[in-house]
Write a protein that binds this ligand. Structure first.
Ligand code: AMP
Length: 186
């Protein structure tokens, strides 16, 4: 049973590391960003609302996010573990997650640490539709004000593991697995 939360800024390499981790631990990769992009593609009312928020680099409301995560975590494949990518991003989401899981807990909250100038360069190279300079800047600001404080929260709970995100995908992957296994056996 492995329950993981992946933190880290946009462009920290979360997507790539999550794909490798999901394979390694045989757990579903649950990305709120991917789920939102699917909703946007479906063109529902919720999708249209989410699209505007995502394009501006703002955060979709905690209520909506907690609703979609709750629904996803009740599905059969998530009963033996999961990897949460891009969630939680706010204190309310973190509290909501813990309440959803109780009496169980996560095993590890992994922070992939990459400096702002490097993530900005990577984001420019990735060229996703919602990667306008304004949206990128806004996402970094929101990471600092809303998401970075979660590092302390998870650290207090003994769940936090920080890994240097610079280097090749496989170098970072090796560090990530070592760090998760070390923290788990504590
Ligand atoms: P991502 O693919 O994780 O970079 O997410 C893309 C966009 O979806 C973000 O910039 C937000 O607008 C929205 N989003 C994804 N996950 C969340 C979340 N946990 N809380 C609020 N908004 C989110």
């Amino acid at each position: 049973m492995t329950r993981l939360v992946i933190l880290g800024k946009q462009g920290a390499g979360k997507g790539t590391q999550c794909a490798l981790l999901a394979k390694h631990y045989h757990i579903p990769h649950i990305s709120t960003g991917d789920m939102l992009r699917t909703t946007v593609a479906e063109g529902t009312h919720l999708g249209l609302q989410a699209k505007a928020i995502m394009e501006a680099g703002e955060l979709v409301s905690d209520e909506i996010i907690l609703g979609i995560v709750h629904e996803r975590l009740t599905q059969a494949d998530a009963q033996l573990g999961f990897l949460l990518d891009g969630f939680p991003r706010t204190d309310a989401q973190a509290q909501g997650l813990m309440a959803m899981l109780a009496p169980n807990k996560i095993d590890v909250a992994l922070d992939i640490d990459v400096p702002d100038d490097v993530v900005t360069e990577r984001m420019l190279a990735r060229g996703r539709d919602d990667d306008t300079p304004e949206a990128m800047q806004r996402r970094l600001e929101l990471y600092q004000t809303e998401t970075a404080p979660l590092l302390e929260l998870f650290s207090k709970g003994g769940f936090l593991v920080s890994v240097d995100g610079l280097g090749t995908e496989l170098e970072v992957h090796g560090r990530v697995i070592d760090a998760i296994e070390r923290n788990r056996s504590l």
